[in-house]
Write a protein of this length. Sequence first.
Length: 429
Amino acid sequence: MKRAVVKPVKSPFDIDCNDIASDKSISHRCAMFSLLSSGVNRIENFLRAEDTLASLNIAKSLGAKVKDNGSYIEITAPQELKEPDDVLDCGNAGTAMRLYCGLLSGIDGSFVLTGDKYLRSRPMNRVAKPLRSIGAKIDGREFGNKAPLHIRGGKLKAFEYESPIDSAQVKSAMILSALQADGISRYKENLLSRDHTERMLKGMGAEIVTNSDGWIEIKPLTKPLSPLDIRVPSDPSSGFFFAVASAIIPGSKVKISAVTLNPTRVEAYKVLQNMGADIEFVEKENIYEPIGDIYIKGVDKLKAVEVSQNIAWLIDELPALSIAMAVAEGRSVVKNAKELRVKESDRISSVVNSLKACGIEVEEFEDGYAIRGGKFKRATINSYGDHRVAMSFAIAGLLSGMEIEDIECIDTSFPNFFEILSQITEIEL
Ligand code: S3P
């Protein structure tokens, strides 16, 4: 088990983060959507981290040819996806498992999706149930809710489905199944969750329309999609750790370059702005997504905030946001965030226990927590196998020093995290 000791920062810093990890959600989709295309998909800046390499390896097991040209990869799909001769390992990646469930449900063959011990304990019925209702044959442990999952792919019926949860993973799984169904399907969620799937598939020629009442209409594919030609932007969820770093160290400045500015992805920066941080967004181009730079400046004092809306837009950033809340003036509250309990760890209890260990006053609710801003003290924090918990408390270490145990999980999404952090402070690895 690897550990890291982060030393307190000595003075305000000013860094230009132009090597933030590539976007994880978009990279997963590049690997998967290439399978639905004919021709050569050219993907620059694909995220080479454990989660997304798992998706790419699965694409290879299904027959895709992948050529690595260093700065970009080329993916060529087979004419027909092949039945793999082994299990498909999603590692720690919920996105890989849930989206492949949707994609493989409509493909002839037998597929077994598995993952690490954390992923095998996460609920899969949120995709398996709606998929079963349209004819998919999916089984697994605990009455089909837990991986390993077995999928016997076959014919799927068109559907109309109003999702009880705002989840891009559920939406994407259903859209991928709808592309193979026997008619036009309709999908609706309460709050638009991250919409990379719709944007990218439309860009590849899929007939997907989002109506003004929120219903998404998906026509089945009649021919393969056009190949992708994309440079994956940087991941705003990864960049957010450094946004919080500068927000909590008065006088510090950070520039996060070439990041997706998709509104479903930058909400946490807006919350940090409401807390008083000085934040500017500069849009530069639009390729499938708006892309640009984010500038963050730390101020003398952050103020407390209440967060109970747009939770799907904040779900990955709430652990890092909790660090800013823990130094803000007043009592911050997070509500309606029960989904945090089924992420890479139960993030409500991981955040609450870890903040308590650092001497911060926290109250736990079933669907969130309240944090009274105070002063961090150095502690030894376990990551709970959750990359975002590990990185959040490494950032808190800038204030008081911190020891983080079990840091291997950081490689699932942000392998060069400590390299960037070492531009700000001393780290013992
Ligand atoms: C993701 C969607 C989100 C997010 C996850 C990546 C995606 O999960 O937490 O890290 O790429 O679709 P949910 O859709 O389950 O909320």
